[in-house]
Write a protein that binds this ligand. Structure first.
Ligand SMILES: [Zn+2]
Length: 188
């Protein structure tokens, strides 16, 4: 289960030639599957095209590189920051009971145009690994899509809202989700 959720920040130099990426210019981002996770590479499109390699990327997309803004421009309206901060925290906790919450939060961030989906890979058990990129920071979020059933979606959305509004703690939601998933298993 671990390593299915992951955050990969965008590099500021080309992974191939090691020269800086150029502000507002195209960049090729790839994820390379390693035995214990994924390695992210960001490259000049020319370098990616011309550099020979003996491996196939797990995932590949083209974006536009944006240089980091000066520190005082990084202050965002609090509410937007909270949702993507929560996603980072959940991903770094890597709690299997929270898989549905992580996925629904990522979808909410995609709908509010904070994240953009870059790739989706179906796995043998029909779950999907989705790769999202943060539009502003360029971070890549690797999120497991557990193929939630529609009848469970509203419950999970309520948990996300409770976390965002601070009416429930992460521990409370995690315990509730664990029970809900156990009950769903028993019903099968
Ligand atoms: Zn390069």
């Amino acid at each position: 289960m671990s390593q299915e959720w992951n955050i990969k920040s965008r590099g500021h130099v080309c992974s191939i030639c090691q020269k800086p990426l150029v502000d507002k210019s195209p960049v090729v981002s790839v994820l390379k599957a390693l035995p214990d996770g994924y390695e992210r590479q960001d490259c000049h499109p020319e370098c990616w095209k011309t550099n020979p390699r003996d491996w196939e990327p797990f995932s590949q997309w083209e974006g536009v590189y944006q240089a980091p803004p000066p520190p005082d421009a990084r202050k965002e309206p609090l509410k937007k920051e909270t949702a993507d901060e929560l996603l980072r925290r959940l991903i770094s906790l890597d709690d299997p009971a929270m898989k549905n919450v992580v996925y629904v939060l990522a979808v909410m961030l995609e709908r509010s145009k904070i994240l953009v989906e870059r790739d989706a890979r179906e796995q043998e058990d029909r779950t999907i690994i989705r790769v999202y990129e943060h539009r502003k920071t360029g971070e890549g979020f690797i999120v497991l899509d557990p193929r939630l059933r529609l009848e469970n979606l509203a419950d999970v959305q309520q948990q996300v809202v409770a976390l965002l509004s601070g009416t429930k703690t992460l521990g409370e939601v995690s315990a509730g989700e664990e029970n809900a998933q156990k009950n769903a298993e028993e019903k099968k």
